[in-house]
Each structure stands twice: as structure tokens, then as C-alpha cells.
Ligand binder design. Structure first.
Ligand SMILES: [Zn+2]
Length: 719
């Protein structure tokens, strides 16, 4: 029999897999984790393929097969597909999949204790405390001791006396099995119809995509829960992707209320031990209900039956660093490869998904009603040309008046401004200097609560200077423009008796603090909440009946072709915070551009008008979803060299019909963390295979070390 070679992919940034000889007698399969030598080191990789040896090369041997659950063929396909589509090496995608080698090993065992059901003759207060406060059992001696307020010695002594039973158990307990029948909500007729449609899709056990399209508060979550229940009933796994910001205790407890158990969580705040536990349980197919941020999509589920992408339009699904990918789009790819259902849910679906639904590629499941509330809030625009705020202020008279009316009724108001800090710009009145980040083209933002000047691009911060760094003038540095802190300060002046709190990522704190603030808002202990994007997602405040948008134009600035769409989506979501219970809501939006299509359609409550205007524009300009876009960023520490590399790259572009290359040009952030950046935009007709085109182009440039070239397929950010 001819010798066989294993093509091994390592989790590193190299173009592809390496070939190794399979020694005689070693059993190696596709998907196995194996050790093989690279240079003098032994590295762990994954067998991507097994091929006949043609005898032309002298190859090193596979050293050892690791005893671990192999990756499935579907997972390998998914890794390959992600790499090809996003123009990165498959090794980098493998690195997203295998986050920790320890997770490949079974959980370590440890002695754990639980009550034996028998009381020893000698009971003490400390022993009684173990029974009263030591739960949940079984647990380690140290955990029980901490909860019961006793020493570990007391726990062991209680076991020796027969009051506790000791067992050797895995450190990482498996997740409880969700109960599909546990807390089913009573659904309205429309919700029932929608959930029946989704359940039927899951029951087909084949690839299909549904767009669950329902206004804010229409009960989308309850509806897709039924599809999740169907997947669980089949004995399969269900993955629910949510924006990272929604992974709060409150968000998770909804799953617990429906399925009787806490889901397995996956997000960036997870500690190493928790991460290993979730990975291992997901890989073994034992964690049936996983709720996570975008990277959860790369967990190696063997029995996936459903992926839900909640708030599918959300920009946080796009990863902008490392492997640049869109988890919403890759979820559809994974569903196609593994042949299961995908549900995209949103109150404001992306135009891409809407077009897919309208052309029949996706099933379009529409939830028209809004139970518990009569209508969507009434939205009006305030033209700032007609109603300019007082000098130095940012809140106009109509907005003040409306807020006063609401407070007088004993209801709550929210002022929305998607700008953290006190002021977005700090200018010297003597010399005109603007405080700038030292290594990045970005203005420093004043944060008055912490007394610091902060770069929002890189996180750089310094103590707020007392003299101008340029001309040394004292007390000359002046804040320009509003941030949430400044709006809260102004609101305190207009409404001296109101209880005002700020909610942004700076003030949010840990999940417990977020939950506490949300609870205060829910219980009416806050009159005016001044918030950024943070408040938009998923919080229900029954007594909040008014939302004032301080700057409705903010998202329209910049060269982003989706600016109108984003503004529309954000403002619908913000306005949707108002009047969710039995009280009708009202929203006022301050703007300099009341005639902008996004804003005027919003005020008219006419989603269809906005969508058709936007789609008409995109079609005429061949922008997504009617054409394709890719971006290239070339960066390096030397400006001239970066510029010339960008020009050289353009000159190497393969000739192709239907492809247009724009640039190189200087992006809005021309320097980031000390590296100069130049940008290309590639626009292609729908028939062009843009990833393949970009990959063949990329191969033509030999990049000097320390210079970087990043390809971004279907860019969402234009910085
Ligand atoms: Zn100055």
C-alpha cells in the first residue's frame, strides 16, 4: 500500500496546510488534532486532508495523534470557506476556532461534596451553616466554606462525620439540559403564526434562512424561542448570536425563564476557565443552548440545528481586526454547509437581508403587531434652524418643553446622544490649537467626570491639561460640542428637580452595575436618562414615554454609503424605547437636515418610503446589495513608503470587467497607533467573484516586513 500524507493546518498565519508523512501503523483521520514538528518545535495542528504520497519529497512524520474530539468535515469546510471569502489564511481562522488547547482535554477531576441526607450526632452551628448556605451542591470544600462562612476544615470534618458525601467529579460541570416545554409564553395570533413558520423551517432539517421582521416590542424573542425549542426537541444544538452589549444578566434571564436553565454564555468578558468549559461542552454536543457574541459562531458544534442572529443589522457583528468578517453573513454560510436553519431577526433589517427576503432567497416572516402598546411612538423633527438652542446650549426650546410635560405627568424621559464624554473637541482660545491624540489622527475627547482627555480610537488618555500644550496659555482650553456628560449638565440646569443619570460605556461599569441602573430606571428612581448607543438595545422601561434625540445628524456624517440606513435604524430603535407598555410614546429629533430622506421618512412613520428611496439610490450607484464592495488598507510607520506601496499595489491590479478601483486615498483616520494608513475602495458588478479577484491580486504584491495589507470584503466601516 502506498504511503499516505496528512495535510496539517496549524493555527498560525501561513498561506495553507503543510504535508507530513503518516508513519506506518499510525491511524490518522481528517479532522484529528495531531502533533507535528515545525523546525525544532512540536506544534498542534488539525489534519485537513489525507492524500497519497507521490514519493517525490522527503517529508517529516506526524508525531502523535492527540486524544481529542476531532473537528467535523463541516467545521473544516467552514474554516476554509471563511478564509477564502474574507481573503485570510485558513490558519488564522483555525486560531479563532481553537481558542485554548486545554479545552481539548477532558475536564480535570476534583473532590466535591454534597449533603449525605444523614445528620451526625454532633451538629454545630458551623455544620448547620453548611447545610443552610453551602448550596449549590455538589461543590468544592473551598466554595462551600466561602458560602457558609466556615473554614474548609469544617467542611472536611463534616464529611468525616458522615454529614456530607464526597465524590470525584469534573471541575467543569456540564450545562443543564434545556427544557423545550418549560416556560412557554402565551403568544398572540400573529406571534403564533410567525413561530409556526419558523418551527416548520427548523423541522425540515435542511438549509434555509428566515428573516424575522417585526417592529420594536412585537415579541420577536418569544417567537424565535419557539424555533429554538424545536431545535432542542430534535436533540440538536441552538446558537443565538446577540450584540455583545445585550449579553447582560437581564438578557440571559429571559432564556432561563423560557427553557428552565441558564444558557452557556460566550463573550469577550469570559474568564479562561469558563471559556474552556463552554468550548468543551459545545464541542461535545452537550451544551444545547449557547448564547454568545459574534465569535461564538466559530465554536465547533457537532449537532447544530439552528443559528439565530438577533438584531441582525447590528454593526457589532462585523469584526474589524484580525480576521475581518461579518458574523451575520458567515452564519448563513455555516447553515448552508451544515444544512440547518438560520433565523435573522430585527426590527430594522439591513437592506441586504430585506432584498434577500423580497427576492425569495430568504423566507420573510413578518410580525406586524405590537402587543401591550397601541402604536409605535409618534416621531417629530425639530428643525434647529427654526429653533436654535440658547448660546452654548444643545437642547432646543421645544425639546425642553416636551421633557417638562412628561416629567409633570410623572413619567420618564430619555435624552439620546451617541457621544461619550463631555465634549468631542478641546480647543485653545488663545492659539486655536486642538488637542490631538499623540499617535493617531483623532481629536482628544474631554471626560469631565474622570478629569481626563481620551482618544476614542485607541483608548489613549491623559490628565486634562491646565495650560495649553502649544502656547502655554492658562485656562484657555475650551470644550467644543456636546457629549452625554455635557447634555446631562445642561439638563440639570433646565430641570433642577429631576433625578438625572448618564448611561454610556464609560459609566456603565460591570454587568451587575448595569443591571442595577436598569432596575433603578424601571422602578422610576430616575427621571431623565441621558444615554449613548448603550441604552438602545433591549431594555424595556414601561414608564419611559419620551425620547429626545439631541443630534439626529450625527450618523449622517462621513463617507459611509450606509449612513442613511444606520441613522434610520438607530433612531427607530431609540424611538422604540418610548411607550412600550400601555402608554403611547413620543420622540423628538433635533436636526439640521429635516429634508434628509432617512429623517423625513422616519417622521412620517413610513418605513417603505425610506426603503424604496434607499434601494433606488443603491441600485443607481451599484452599491450593496446591487453591487459589491471591498476595501484595502495598507499601513506602515513610514508615510512615503506606505503611499508608494499603495500606488504599487494599484498598478498590480488584475484586469477584469466590471471592477473599478478607487484610490489610494487618505482615510478619515490617516494615522492609527503610529501607523500611516492608505485606503482603496473596490467596486464590482454583482457577477464578479470579488474574494477570488482580491486574492489573486494580493498574491502579486510582496509586502515588506512591518507593512500590513488588510482586505475587507463588504466593508461596514469607512474610517
Ligand atoms: Zn494655545
Amino acid at each position: 500500500m502506498a504511503a499516505q500524507n496528512a495535510q496539517i493546518l496549524f493555527p498560525v498565519n501561513v498561506p495553507g496546510a503543510f504535508d507530513y508523512r503518516i508513519p506506518h501503523g499510525m491511524s490518522v483521520h481528517v479532522g484529528d488534532f495531531v502533533f507535528a514538528p515545525i523546525g525544532k518545535q512540536m506544534k498542534l495542528g488539525v489534519v485537513f486532508d489525507i492524500v497519497e504520497d507521490d514519493g517525490t519529497r522527503k517529508l517529516k512524520d506526524v508525531a502523535q495523534v492527540k486524544a481529542a474530539q476531532p473537528l467535523s468535515l463541516e467545521m473544516l469546510n467552514f474554516i476554509n470557506w471563511t478564509a477564502k471569502y474574507n481573503c485570510v489564511s485558513p490558519g488564522l481562522v483555525l486560531r479563532m476556532v481553537v481558542r485554548s488547547y486545554k479545552a481539548l482535554d477532558p475536564s480535570p477531576l476534583v473532590t466535591q461534596f454534597s449533603p449525605s441526607g444523614q445528620l451526625p450526632p454532633k451538629m454545630s452551628a458551623a455544620r448547620q451553616a453548611i447545610l443552610d448556605k453551602g448550596a449549590p451542591f455538589p461543590a468544592r470544600a473551598s466554595e462551600i466554606a466561602e458560602r457558609a462562612g466556615v473554614s474548609s476544615g469544617v467542611v472536611r470534618g463534616f464529611e468525616a462525620a458522615g454529614g456530607l458525601r464526597a465524590q470525584t467529579l469534573p471541575v467543569d460541570a456540564p450545562f443543564d439540559i434545556p427544557d423545550a416545554e418549560f416556560g412557554g409564553m402565551e403568544l398572540t395570533h400573529a406571534q403564533r403564526q410567525a413561530s409556526d413558520e419558523l418551527m416548520a423551517q427548523v423541522a425540515k432539517r435542511e438549509f434555509n434562512v428566515s428573516l424575522l421582521d417585526g417592529v420594536t416590542g412585537s415579541g420577536k424573542t418569544e417567537v424565535y424561542f419557539e424555533a429554538v425549542a424545536e431545535a432542542i426537541k430534535q436533540g440538536g444544538q441552538a446558537l443565538i448570536l446577540v450584540p455583545e452589549i445585550a449579553l447582560t444578566q437581564a438578557g440571559m434571564s429571559r432564556f432561563e425563564a423560557r427553557f428552565g436553565v441558564a444558557p452557556a454564555p460566550w463573550h469577550s468578558q469570559l474568564g479562561d476557565a469558563q471559556r474552556r468549559r463552554v468550548w468543551r461542552e459545545a464541542a461535545q454536543g452537550r451544551a444545547q443552548l449557547v448564547v454568545g457574541a459574534r465569535s461564538a459562531l466559530y465554536l465547533p458544534f457537532p449537532k447544530l440545528r439552528l443559528i439565530v442572529v438577533d438584531e441582525e443589522h447590528d454593526t457589532s457583528y462585523k469584526q474589524e481586526e484580525g480576521v475581518i468578517y461579518n458574523a451575520r453573513d458567515m452564519a448563513v454560510v455555516r447553515g448552508k454547509i451544515a444544512k440547518h436553519s438560520v433565523v435573522l431577526a430585527s426590527a430594522t433589517p439591513s437592506l441586504e437581508s430585506l432584498v434577500n427576503a423580497r427576492t425569495g432567497r430568504y423566507a420573510h416572516v413578518i410580525l406586524p403587531e405590537r402587543p401591550g402598546a397601541i402604536t409605535l411612538p409618534e416621531i417629530d423633527l425639530i428643525d434647529l434652524k427654526d429653533h436654535p438652542p440658547e448660546k452654548g446650549d444643545f437642547i432646543s426650546a421645544p425639546l425642553i418643553e416636551a421633557t417638562q410635560t412628561v416629567l409633570a405627568r410623572g413619567e420618564q424621559a430619555m435624552l439620546y446622544l451617541n457621544r461619550r464624554g463631555y465634549a468631542p473637541l478641546i480647543i485653545c482660545r488663545s492659539c486655536g490649537e486642538r488637542l490631538k491624540s499623540p499617535d493617531t489622527d483623532s481629536w482628544l475627547v474631554e471626560h469631565r467626570r474622570t478629569g481626563r482627555a481620551v482618544c476614542h480610537q485607541t483608548g489613549f488618555s491623559m490628565r486634562m491639561p491646565t495650560v495649553c500644550p502649544e502656547c502655554k496659555a492658562e485656562e484657555s482650553l475650551t470644550p467644543v460640542g456636546p457629549g452625554v456628560e455635557r447634555v446631562a449638565e445642561e439638563a440639570a440646569r433646565h430641570f433642577p428637580d429631576a433625578r438625572i443619570e448618564i448611561f454610556s460605556s464609560d459609566t456603565a461599569g460591570n454587568p451587575a452595575e448595569i443591571a442595577a441602573r436598569m432596575a433603578r430606571m424601571e422602578q422610576g428612581e430616575i427621571d431623565i436618562l441621558v444615554g449613548t448607543q448603550m441604552v438602545v438595545k433591549g431594555h424595556n422601561f414601561p414608564n419611559l414615554t419620551f425620547v429626545g434625540v439631541v443630534d439626529g445628524d450625527l450618523a449622517l456624517a462621513g463617507g459611509d454609503p450606509r449612513a442613511g440606513e444606520r441613522t434610520y435604524q438607530t433612531l427607530v430603535q431609540v424611538a422604540g424605547r418610548a411607550g412600550r407598555a400601555d402608554k403611547p410614546g413620543h420622540a423628538l429629533i433635533q436636526t439640521h437636515q429635516p429634508d434628509h430622506e432617512a429623517l423625513s421618512a422616519l417622521a412620517a412613520g413610513d418605513r417603505e418610503r425610506f426603503i424604496s428611496a434607499e434601494l433606488g439610490l443603491r441600485e443607481a450607484l451599484l452599491l450593496p446589495p446591487f453591487g459589491k464592495l471591498a476595501a484595502v488598507i495598507i499601513s506602515g510607520e513610514d508615510l512615503k513608503r506606505t503611499e508608494s506601496l499603495a500606488k504599487k499595489f494599484v498598478s498590480l491590479a488584475p484586469r477584469a470587467d466590471g471592477v473599478e478601483i478607487l484610490g489610494p486615498s487618505e482615510p478619515p483616520i490617516g494615522r492609527l497607533r503610529g501607523r500611516y494608513r492608505r485606503r482603496l475602495l473596490i467596486q464590482a458588478e454583482p457577477t464578479v467573484n470579488l474574494p477570488a479577484y482580491m486574492q489573486s491580486w494580493r498574491k502579486r504584491l510582496k509586502l515588506p516586513s512591518k507593512y500590513k495589507l488588510q482586505i475587507d470584503i463588504d466593508p461596514q466601516s469607512f474610517m
